[in-house]
Design a protein around this ligand. Structure first.
Ligand SMILES: *Cc1c(COP(=O)(O)O)cnc(C)c1O
Length: 434
């Protein structure tokens, strides 16, 4: 395609003049994989069409929210109806109460929930709440887990356990992250050492239970159990960041998956986003009543938002949650996701490409390794060139996976068996090029 006919390229060039990097969120820029980002003109079901009119099978789904696919009729109707009554009031509505009730019924570890507008806001507020509720300052997180871009959470591991993290972004003073400890995911001895050293000063431990921001890495069952035990023992709150996994890997989120492995398991605070808004700006954090009652206006921990609980977003979220509660929804979604992963793995095996796959519900990951990695350092040893060749090969064939090797993928209820077959056939072609 020449410059004169490539609308994606023309838009990208125009965008770069007025928006830093041409995008409003960095991973959209294709910096990791090279090439021109696809500008979306519209989307329906499992597909989007780019500015050149080319159709793509969409395995990103807005990075997770679109679990029903694009333009689901029931969701569309709910949103259209809501819009006629006004976009935003800055005063409470019945729909917020209803959404809170639905979320709490589905996630029994939470007694109360507060609605906000983004996962970043929810994660940041959860940390403030944990600090306010415990009267402690230190927080613990894991390398490769993303909890939004709040200052205290943009941290990479320091040089040793006794040192605190280093900011991963310019503009974050080191004083701001001096209370953030960063550990290796799935490393039990290191976790135990950190609690021995800092346990009594820890407000919380925050984790992505199935880490989707280092592709797809599960917390092992013993590791998760130890996190829970140590938090309880030392009086630190256990914060589950389910912005990605909530209503995505199972109706009860990742915590329901771990509760099957560890009897009685639950986190103290849960952070949610993505699917609960069905594609609209909506996120939430919640937990036990005694902790949540520390929030303003009841308690001393301040948190607020002009657009929080927005009437259109809550209509979209409620309609989405109504669909995913239907019997058999996750069984079907999980089975189709497994079929996709098994098919791509089978194609890789046929041409002897080292490959491993994993999935839970409608979230998946794949690696150019023989075995699944357990932490960020291992994920980062992926052969970039291989991944990029695979990514662009699939993109050329109309299959849109995440444009970076450290991102998970998502299936929706709108993906058909034919879409999956087309994807597997494309993967077969592309593996032959590797
Ligand atoms: C996407 C994501 C966030 C941030 O949510 P935004 O709505 O992008 O601010 C936080 N945590 C996890 C696990 C996420 O996947």
């Amino acid at each position: 395609m020449t410059h004169d006919t490539d609308r994606n390229l023309q838009l990208f060039q125009r965008a770069q003049k007025v928006i830093p990097g041409g995008v409003n969120s960095p991973v959209r820029a294709f910096k990791a994989v090279g090439g021109t980002p696809r500008f979306v003109s519209r989307a329906q079901d499992a597909y989007f069409w780019d500015a050149n009119g080319k159709r793509h099978i969409d395995y990103i789904g807005s990075w997770g929210p679109m679990i029903l696919g694009h333009g689901h009729p029931a969701v569309l109707e709910a949103v259209q109806k809501a819009i006629l009554d006004g976009f935003s009031y800055g005063a409470p509505t019945e729909r917020e109460v209803e959404l809170a009730e639905v979320i709490l019924a589905l996630v029994p570890s939470m007694d109360m929930v507060r609605l906000v507008s983004s996962g970043t806001e929810a994660g940041m507020s959860a940390i403030r709440l944990a600090r306010g509720a415990t009267g402690r300052s230190k927080i613990l997180k894991f390398e490769g887990c993303y909890h939004g871009h709040a200052d205290a959470l943009l941290v990479k591991a320091g040089s040793g356990l006794a040192t605190f993290g280093n900011p991963t972004s310019a503009g974050v003073p080191s004083e701001v992250v001096q209370h953030t400890i960063v550990l290796e995911y799935n490393n039990i001895p290191q976790l135990e050492d950190a609690f021995t050293m800092h346990g009594k000063e820890l407000a919380c431990l925050m984790i992505e239970p199935i880490a989707g921001n280092m592709n797809f890495v599960r917390a092992s069952q013993p590791f998760m159990q130890r996190c829970r035990e140590l938090c309880t023992l030392h009086g630190a709150l256990f914060v589950f960041d389910e912005v990605m996994t909530g209503f995505r890997v199972a109706l009860g989120g990742a915590q329901s998956v771990y509760a099957k492995l560890i009897p009685g398991f639950e986190p103290d605070i849960t952070v949610m986003g993505k699917v609960i808004g069905g594609g609209m700006p909506l996120a939430a954090f919640g937990g036990k009543r005694a902790v949540m009652e520390q929030l303003a206006p009841l308690g001393p921990v301040y948190q607020a938002g002009t657009l929080s609980g927005n009437p259109v977003a809550t209509a979209c979220g409620l309609a989405t949650l109504r669909e995913i509660r239907k019997p058999g929804f996750y069984e079907a979604l999980g089975a189709r996701t497994q079929r996709l992963m098994a098919g791509i793995k089978g194609a890789a095996d046929e041409v002897d490409v080292s490959f491993s796959v994993d999935s839970e519900g409608g979230m998946f990951g794949f690696f150019f390794f023989d075995t699944l990695p357990q932490n960020y350092a291992k994920v980062m040893t992926t052969d970039n060139k291989r991944f990029n060749t695979f990514f662009h090969g699939m993109l050329d064939r109309g299959v849109y996976f995440a444009p970076a090797l450290y991102e998970a993928g998502f299936l929706s209820a709108a993906h058909t068996d034919a879409d999956i077959d087309e994807t597997i056939a494309a993967a077969m072609d592309v593996f032959k090029l590797l």
